[in-house]
Ligand binder design. Structure first.
Ligand SMILES: [Zn+2]
Length: 105
């Protein structure tokens, strides 16, 4: 018996006995997951969330610093800060993705 079912539509993890996901998706036989599959999904989800949090922190830090140091010219720098945060987030996601790939081997 599998321990859980993974919804391919909304990515929710449902109990093994569930016939339908809360989003309305009806489970098929091949949506059953082993504990190992589930651990991989949960880890990926955690990594993605961590990368998202890092990006948010970078944006907030950039905004605070720019407001303190740049005063009225802040709007110009906010744009630059957001771009920088975007680049940092993209790099982080890429690194995490590479690490994830390497662990799987
Ligand atoms: Zn669902």
């Amino acid at each position: 018996m599998p321990d859980s079912k993974y919804c391919p539509v909304c990515h929710a993890i449902n109990p093994a006995g569930a016939e339908r996901c809360e989003c309305g998706y009806r489970f098929r036989e091949d949506d059953n997951m082993t504990d190992r599959d589930m651990a991989v999904i949960l880890r990926r989800r955690r990594l993605r969330r961590a990368a998202g949090s890092a990006a948010v922190v970078a944006v907030i830090a950039a905004l605070v610093l720019l407001t303190v140091f740049a005063g009225k010219a802040v709007l110009l720098y906010v744009t630059a800060g957001l771009l920088a945060a975007g680049v940092i987030a993209a790099v982080l996601l890429k690194v995490l993705h590479e690490l994830d790939k390497r662990k799987k081997k």
